[in-house]
Design a protein around this ligand. Sequence first.
Ligand code: SF4
Length: 173
Amino acid sequence: TRNKVLVSACLLGERVRYDGSSRPVAHPILEQWQQEERLVSVCPETLGGLLVPRPAAEIQAGFDGKDIFHEEGKVITRQGHNVSQYFVRGARRTQELALKEDVAIALLKANSPSCGNQQIYSGEFSKQLRDGQGVTAAALEEAGIKVFNEHQLEEADAYLASLEEPLTTSADA
Ligand code: SF4
């Protein structure tokens, strides 16, 4: 069987973002994965119990998703509400789903406080990005699942192909 790919639901056109929008990606690699029935769609924030629409949230300055997953620091809305518990629950449930479905990699939306794999917003609602992971991206990496974003589709596809290369032994030579 082919390796599965966990994908942020908003990248598949589901209107689950905080403002009720989606960020659909039209790319031949994603279309091919879809045809190959590899895709497992998930939105960690709605899985964690948050609604659509919901207030925008950012990980507090000085912390990243890994800290939040281990219950240090906070995810806050612009009004200062602590919404960490929803992000942690969503990350745990996404991790469980990934293990249950035996996914090989994840393709998650860049810059999200849940899904971002390399960068997240500052925590000051100033539109500034900083290095760091979202809560779910950190949880998946802890479970040994490599996380890519929608700008890394080629890299993700090459990695997937490397997992599926037939093993050769000296007996084949
Ligand atoms: Fe998209 Fe992830 Fe945000 Fe859900 S939590 S809307 S899947 S970026």
